[in-house]
Ligand binder design. Structure first.
Ligand SMILES: O=c1ccn([C@@H]2O[C@H](COP(=O)(O)OP(=O)(O)O[C@H]3OC[C@@H](O)[C@H](O)[C@H]3O)[C@@H](O)[C@H]2O)c(=O)[nH]1
Ligand SMILES: [Mg+2]
Length: 742
């Protein structure tokens, strides 16, 4: 998976330190060495450590602080035992080669391990106390707490304290708890970044669905509702969730109303009130991590591990249920329902399996069986779910030979992956801005860089943009600038794409119209291809020019426009219209997450002085003492948005849940004569206003209807024209070297 090679480690600026010779270890579970911090780890050491761990292809062990150095001796904090003497290499303390650290029996040693450990692995690492309840026969003469498992302590590093929730039995589907988790930094094999759970309050049986986008919430709930109705003849009565906006989308609300479902939500700011669902999520993620961990399964299969975790937890005894399993309680109410999958013997997730090669175009010489990895159980079809990484294909089959003690993946497969990546939201975002050296682009970059969680990559061909606009970010560790033309394909790993690249001033886009249309069509195709490949969300900055010379005023997004397809402006306005079409086709055909902004006239500092657009022309003319050139008839209108408002709107659109298109612009409308008068009054009352010839197809009026932006993004512009113009004047004075007369 392309997405998987992206990890923060690659950004480490320092060169890897030379490795001292004792630093050789084979497998994670035979880990013999530990790197120790002084009581307070210094950042440089951390960096070294990360680097070393990366080179050594092992996970960062999240228990480092549990060992401390006391006068050159290593002391385990939990057992309070002295482990041995540490020697210093390159600023790192290294343990003696065979320290007696309590490393428990591991999966690699499974061959020698008794059946207790085998079941512990198959069931996704439940506690040994629970195992003893499930299989009392296995524990004859053995105490549950005499067993320990290394993977458990790694996967459950959150030290989660489960406050048992209050449990009042009722009957199935009376109350469903739900929660959404994500976005995961790593996309699942099928590009999912989210998951949603539905938990039956009575039995605590859980259904998990993977989502590509949060906006799928309503449709997935409808699917779940129908499944419950058809399979169990039951209707959901109460639905409980937190206040996530996706649960309050109108489409879902309408469905609740229609079906008479009562929606309850936790109070604002108290997610713990959604306790059942939140706790279930945490449990699911712990088991998911354990499953992935045990057999080195790469994170792009986290979705399969999660579905398997759900499957297993449904079949595990729970304290809340007085050590009955959710499935057994549930089936008491539906005695005739036989889940097909429950007759499948459990096997270790991630183990090697051979399945009958059923490829249709298989030739006689092709191997009869295919080596795959076991990734779960199908509850609807009878069979195990297997994945064939070389062809990226899934298979469901019963015709299968298990090699339960061989993990399919080796340590090398998970090189550089750390578990801190496998976390929602808080994780870093890598953002691509095409045309980021331009006027709006560079302001957008400034805003994105303010958030320390963002890494920004700018690509620009400097046709109208300039490196100067990004001066302050060049050399910044979270910033990267690439000279690149979007009409050529681009290979980068990113989470979001702001696609701005295209000359926007009429004089520039008309200068080389073929290039302009190429940029809009091929450039957008390339960026959509990139978004599809890496599963990124992409925002296109379209334009108010898609409305052409509008016959409807002001322009709502529903207006289809009045565009000349063969005029001198067509390279731009038709180009952007095709770009919008491409965006929606990729969305419908490939499920890409898209956002479309229709930008209206924008002004502000950093506009090119010789941009040719009206505001920059008038200000430059006023400062140079030249006549303001109003193109005829001068009664044509425009609405001008200050650049900071524009950037704010674009980010809201990207972060929100609506695809658009959404108009982003300032509804204040002015004729060009009025604008000239204002500039004259504010900047230089002495200049004259001169009427000049206009260019063909100039729209006669333009003003955005921003109802949609207000409602869906909570956005409206704040800066008035009379306040914004002086800010732009200041910038132009500096660049033109014209000081203000006293
Ligand atoms: O010196 C000038 C320049 C322009 N104008 C007039 O001012 C009006 C605005 O022209 P501009 O060139 O600034 O901008 P336009 O509205 O034509 O195009 C703009 O529209 C929205 C954006 O998405 C486009 O990228 C941008 O080019 C036009 O009616 C034009 O005739 C003048 O009166 N004098
Ligand atoms: Mg939530």
């Amino acid at each position: 998976m392309a997405a998987n090679s992206s990890n923060g480690e690659q950004q480490t600026p320092s060169k890897p330190p030379p490795l001292p010779s004792p630093l050789r270890f084979s497998k994670f579970f035979q880990l013999r060495l530990r790197f120790l911090f002084q009581p307070r780890p210094c950042p440089k050491l951390l960096l070294l450590l990360r680097r070393l761990l990366q080179i050594q292809k092992i996970f960062l062990v999240p228990m480092l602080h549990q060992i401390r150095l006391v006068k050159g001796l290593v002391k385990a904090l939990i057992s309070k035992k002295m482990i041995g003497k540490a020697s210093l290499h390159n600023g790192l303390y290294i343990l003696p080669t065979s320290p007696k650290i309590e490393i428990s029996k591991s999966f690699t040693a499974l061959g020698k391990v008794d059946t207790v450990m085998l079941w512990h692995f198959r069931l996704g690492h439940p506690s040994f106390q629970y195992l003893a309840k499930l299989f009392p026969a296995l524990f004859i003469n053995k105490r549950p707490n005499s067993f320990s498992c290394k993977v458990c302590s790694l996967a459950k590093h959150t030290k989660s304290s489960y406050f048992p929730s209050t449990y009042k039995p009722s009957y199935p589907f009376a109350l469903i708890h739900s929660d959404i988790w994500g976005p995961s930094r790593v996309k699942n094999a099928d590009n999912c970044k989210w998951f949603i759970t539905f938990i039956d309050d009575h039995s605590r049986i859980t259904w998990t669905y993977l989502l590509k986008d949060k906006s799928e919430t309503a449709s997935v709930f409808v699917q779940f509702y129908n499944m419950v109705l058809t399979q169990f003849g039951s209707k959901i009565q109460l639905f409980k969730s937190d206040n996530g906006s996706e649960f309050f989308a109108r489409s879902l609300g309408d469905f609740f109303k229609e079906k008479g479902i009562v929606q309850i939500s936790s109070c604002v700011g108290t997610p713990q009130q959604n306790g059942v669902a939140e706790r279930k999520n945490r449990h699911l993620l712990e088991v998911t991590r354990s499953l992935l961990f045990t057999t080195n399964v790469p994170k792009y299969l986290w979705g399969e591990a999660l579905l398997t975790a759900t499957y297993l937890i449904n079949r595990m005894p729970s304290k809340v249920l007085k050590f009955q399993t959710p499935q057994s309680i549930f089936l008491q109410h539906f005695p005739h329902f036989k889940p097909i999958s429950s007759i499948l013997p459990l096997k270790i997730f991630g183990c090697t399996v051979f399945i009958q090669n059923i490829a249709p175009n298989k030739s006689k010489l092709d191997p009869k069986s295919l080596k795959c990895v076991l990734v779960g159980y199908f509850s609807l079809k009878k069979g195990y779910k297997c994945y064939h990484p070389p062809s990226k294909r899934f298979f469901t089959t019963m015709d299968i030979t298990f090699y339960e003690q061989d993990s399919y993946f080796t340590q090398a497969e998970i090189q550089g992956e750390t578990w801190s990546d496998f976390q929602p939201q808080q994780s870093n975002m890598r953002i691509l801005v095409t045309g980021g050296a331009g006027f709006i682009g560079s302001h957008l970059v400034d805003k994105l860089m303010e958030n320390e969680k963002n890494e920004v990559i700018v690509v620009d061909n400097y046709f109208t943009g300039s490196k100067d606009n990004l001066r302050k970010w060049i050399g910044h560790p979270r910033f990267e600038l690439i000279r690149h033309d979007v009409t050529e394909p681009l290979l980068v790993e990113v989470d979001q794409i702001y696609h701005l690249a295209c000359p926007a001033s009429p004089i520039f886009y008309k200068h080389n119209p073929v290039k302009t249309i190429k940029t809009n069509v091929i450039g957008t195709l390339n960026m959509l291809g990139l978004a599809k490949r890496v599963g990124a969300r992409i925002l296109l900055t379209s334009t108010s020019e898609v409305y052409g010379d509008p016959l409807i005023h002001p322009q709502p997004e529903t207006y289809w426009g009045n565009v000349n397809p063969i005029g001198v402006r067509s390279c731009y306005d038709e180009g952007k219209r095709v770009a919008e079409t491409l965006m929606f086709d990729y969305h419908r055909q490939h499920g890409i997450e898209i956002r479309i902004a229709r930008i209206f006239n924008t002004y502000g500092p950093r506009m090119n002085i010789d941009d040719g657009r009206v505001v920059s022309n008038f200000i430059a003319q006023a400062l140079r003492g030249e006549p303001l050139t109003v193109q005829k008839p001068g009664t044509q209108t425009r609405s001008f948005c200050f650049v900071s408002d524009m950037v704010d709107g674009l980010i809201r659109l990207m972060e929100g849940e609506n695809t658009g298109p959404i108009n982003i612009g300032n509804p204040g409308e002015f004729t060009m004569l009025e604008l000239a008068e204002i500039v004259k009054e504010l900047i230089n009352p002495k200049v004259e206003i001169k009427m000049v010839e206009n260019t063909p197809d100039d729209p006669r009026q333009r003003k955005p209807d921003i109802t949609k932006a207000k409602e869906l993004l909570g956005w409206e512009p704040k800066m008035k024209l009379r306040d914004g113009l002086p800010l732009m004047e200041e910038d132009f004075r500096l660049r033109l070297g014209v000081s203000k007369e006293k």
